[in-house]
Design a protein around this ligand. Structure first.
Ligand code: FES
Length: 359
């Protein structure tokens, strides 16, 4: 089923660092099943900020046994929602919260003896924290190494929570902090997680061959660098999962293509299926994404980043052909199976039908 918004009240706001808060939500008993999450998933929050309808996705930091639903939000320079969240949201406030989504996940198996590694930078630790809690709590024979890059000790989100986990599971959690603006005793632990650092870590502290899964979460540069290093050390792509943490494009639609003199832009017929209903409309093929055209035609479709990253707008192409502009979320197998990101898809055939019930 497509994810849905519900209004939830904020249960608690906690200041995690100078520029980051975590927010927990009250989930009424009748919605508990809808907000059941898999570690690594995210919530999309929606609010009117300065007269604009803004949506942003934030990863869940709670573990399966924490008994709460909590996300972390770091302030982004000029970020509308992150500033609103850090400055204005308080306990008791109603916020529109989409049901959990995302496939950067970990499914625990209590019988598994897994070796896992995560690389996180900055607020990229948020989904990793949820995964770490699940590994340690639900897989007693598994262990995990977390490489976590930050500027300074003060800017480390969830420093205490991670230290508590390390104290509780000293032999199963290996925590490696790398700081770019503090000099550490060991040179290996100073600097940024770049190609050289990744190479040094893989040579000294991480055994790629013995690792069952890698989770990478942070800016694109870190993900590409670490992913390339892992592959060079023999990690197969199916063992590497990643999630980009990059500011979204504020939900602004792409600029439209203007017809040159004498040219007539084609009109395409679009069908979208959601919750068992089909909505049909025509759109001028001027570079507008099908998601934006469908929203203009009052289709209530799921979306968040509109930047090809979060995958909330994923659906299946069941008729016609489309072209995608950006895609940071779907892998080759999913594309071969007909999945598309509707926020990035423009029609290339006269008729296109997208099914949002097949996500
Ligand atoms: S809305 Fe995020 S990928 Fe389309």
């Amino acid at each position: 089923m497509a994810p849905k918004f519900h209004t939830l009240n904020v249960a608690d706001v906690r200041q995690e660092t100078d520029d980051a808060v975590s927010i927990a939500f009250d989930v009424p008993s009748e919605l508990r099943a809808d907000y059941h999450f898999i570690p690594g998933q995210y919530l999309t929050l929606r609010a009117d900020v300065g007269g604009r309808d803004i949506r942003r996705s934030y990863s869940i930091c709670s573990g399966p046994d924490d008994g709460e639903l909590r996300v972390a939000i770091r302030r982004v320079d000029g970020g509308l929602f992150s500033s609103f969240a850090n400055d204005a949201i308080g306990a008791g406030d109603p916020i529109q919260v989409m049901t959990p989504d995302g496939r950067f996940t970990f499914d625990a198996d209590p019988n598994r003896a897994g070796q896992y590694v995560a690389f996180a930078a900055g607020s990229g630790i948020t989904p990793i924290l949820s995964i770490v809690k699940a590994v340690l709590g639900a897989e007693p024979k598994s262990s995990m190494t977390v490489v976590y890059g930050n500027r300074t000790t003060q800017s480390v989100i969830f420093r205490e929570a991670l230290e508590d986990l390390k104290n509780h599971y000293p032999t199963r959690l290996n925590l490696i902090h790398i700081l770019s603006r503090e000099t550490m005793e060991a040179p290996l632990l100073s600097g940024r997680i770049d190609a050289e650092k990744a190479e040094a870590l893989l040579g000294k502290l991480i055994n790629v061959a013995d690792t069952d899964a890698f989770w990478l979460c942070g800016p694109e540069e870190m993900i590409t660098t670490v992913s390339d290093a892992l592959k060079a050390h023999g990690a197969t792509p199916d063992r590497i999962r990643f999630e980009l943490f990059t500011p979204a494009n504020d939900g602004n639609p792409k600029p439209k293509r203007v017809a040159s003199p004498g040219e007539e832009l084609p009109v395409r017929h679009i069908g979208v299926i959601i919750d068992g209903h089909r909505i049909d409309f025509d759109m001028v093929d001027d570079g507008t994404a099908i998601l934006d055209a469908a929203l203009e035609n009052r289709a209530d479709l799921p979306f968040a980043c509109k930047g090809g990253m979060c995958c909330t707008c994923r659906c299946r192409l069941i008729e016609g052909q489309v072209e995608m502009d950006k895609n940071y979320a779907l892998d080759d197998d999913e594309i071969a199976d007909g999945y598309v990101l509707s926020c990035q898809a423009t029609p290339t055939t006269d008729t296109v039908v997208l099914d949002f019930d097949q996500r």
